[in-house]
Design a protein around this ligand. Structure first.
Ligand code: DNO
Length: 404
């Protein structure tokens, strides 16, 4: 399991030296400054690679995973310049491959990338984490955004609580909640104002799930043959959270969604980003089982945990420490090691699967640094260190009892 770390480029408060001291073995980054749909040129890709040098001593880190090469809204909706965007996407793939980059993460979530209602929720021990509160979300959807029919998308109890909560919110609180939801979290490809969010939502009025799935397949049918030629592995990130929001279609939330995707276009280039944190919000997603059953298509892994705060699929949750929460991290890591051993035995070149400690709670100096929400140095380092401990233990020759 290759230990990678997400870096947002020059604006990131976590430096290349920090990554080096955290002991990371590779970097996950993206050219966030290039507008969605435009080509990533070789010059721009190389410029980012040239920044991955820690000093002193001059140690170079490698850029291993692209997260994300964004699939534009136009491609997702098949509107406007979508055909040009697909050609541009393919050119970016050629340019990335020319620079040695072979793993590309993308998502097919419409309009909003990952969504939280609170970016700085205080836990009993003083740490801060990100949280999704279904009642706050309903208050936003029904009362702040005022989406028609929104009330029917929540249980009567949640809708009623949301009305009470909204009435108790002052203007500043309402603004903050809206900002958290629509402004775009780190890595999210776009942020919105309330007005252009409404406009984006109406564009999906005629795009139910099955149409969005067709658009994804159309996109992949274009890019996968090229990916195969270039030796690129595409890996789709799940919906976060993995249930419908704002009446939008959601197609990458369950094991069945990923099975359908990988079976519809059976190609080694058509893979999965197994994000334990996103998928783990649903009690019906068995992460270890997914790794066991779909492992040969998993090209990239995000290891993180969540605590569900209530029952049901559309639930409140917060981001737990990496070894706490709903996912049994030891069992999941073991399943990854088993898959890696299987690949090695069958001679697959990609037997070492890159993973990153995904998100982290703000702890210790993170509380002052205030880096990008979800991406602090110390909280992630704690997660990485814990995961490294599991990997080292399970991989140790004395662990004969394990299956790998
Ligand atoms: C959040 C991330 C997502 C992810 C994209 C992939 O922390 O996991 O923003 O990068 O959805 O396209």
């Amino acid at each position: 399991m290759k230990q990678t770390w997400r870096w947002f480029g020059p604006p990131d408060k976590v430096s290349v030296n920090d990554m080096l001291q955290a002991g990371v073995e590779g970097v996950v980054t993206a050219l966030h400054h290039i507008p969605n749909g435009d080509v990533w040129t070789v010059d721009e890709i190389k410029r980012r690679q040239d920044l991955l040098v820690a000093s002193p001593p001059a140690i170079r880190l490698t850029w291993d995973v692209v997260e994300s090469l964004p699939v534009s809204e136009e491609i997702k909706q098949q509107s406007g310049d979508w055909r040009t965007h697909i050609q541009n996407y393919k050119q970016s793939m050629r340019n990335l491959a020319a620079c040695g980059l072979k793993v590309i993460c993308y998502n097919f979530m419409p309009v909003l990338d990952w969504t939280r209602t609170d970016l700085s929720h205080t836990l009993p021990n003083g740490a801060k984490c990100m949280r999704f509160d279904i009642v706050d979300f309903a208050a936003f959807d029904i009362h702040i955004l005022g989406r028609s029919g929104a009330k029917n998308d929540f249980t009567p109890l949640v809708a009623e609580e949301a009305t009470k909560r909204f009435s108790a919110m002052d203007d500043a609180h309402q603004r903050k909640l809206a900002e958290n939801i629509v402004c775009g979290l780190p890595g999210a490809e776009q942020g919105y104002t309330l007005e252009n969010l409404k406009d984006q939502l109406t564009r999906y009025d005629t795009i139910p799930d099955f149409v969005l799935r067709r658009h994804q397949i159309d996109f992949l049918a274009e890019v996968l043959p090229l990916a195969e030629q270039l030796g690129i592995r595409m890996c789709c990130h799940p919906d976060d959270p993995p249930f419908p929001l704002l009446g939008l279609p959601r197609i990458m939330s369950t094991e069945e969604d990923f099975r359908l995707l990988t079976q519809t276009l059976d190609s080694p280039a058509n893979g999965i980003t197994l994000c334990a944190g996103s998928l783990g919000v649903r009690p019906d997603n068995d992460l270890t089982g997914m790794m066991e059953r779909l492992g040969d298509k998993v090209h990239f892994i995000h290891l993180r945990n969540v605590t569900r705060e209530c029952d049901g699929i559309e639930a409140s949750f917060h981001e737990a420490a990496h070894l706490e929460g709903a996912t049994d991290m030891v069992a999941l890591v073991n399943a990854v090691l088993v898959e890696e051993a299987r690949r090695k035995e069958s001679g697959r070149a990609d037997h070492s699967i890159p993973f990153r400690p995904d998100h982290g709670q703000d702890i210790l100096s993170d509380l002052e640094t205030r880096s990008q929400p979800g991406y602090p140095a110390v909280g992630r380092l704690k997660g990485l260190a814990e995961l490294r401990g599991i990997i080292t233990t399970l991989s140790h020759p004395s662990m004969r009892a394990t299956k790998h």
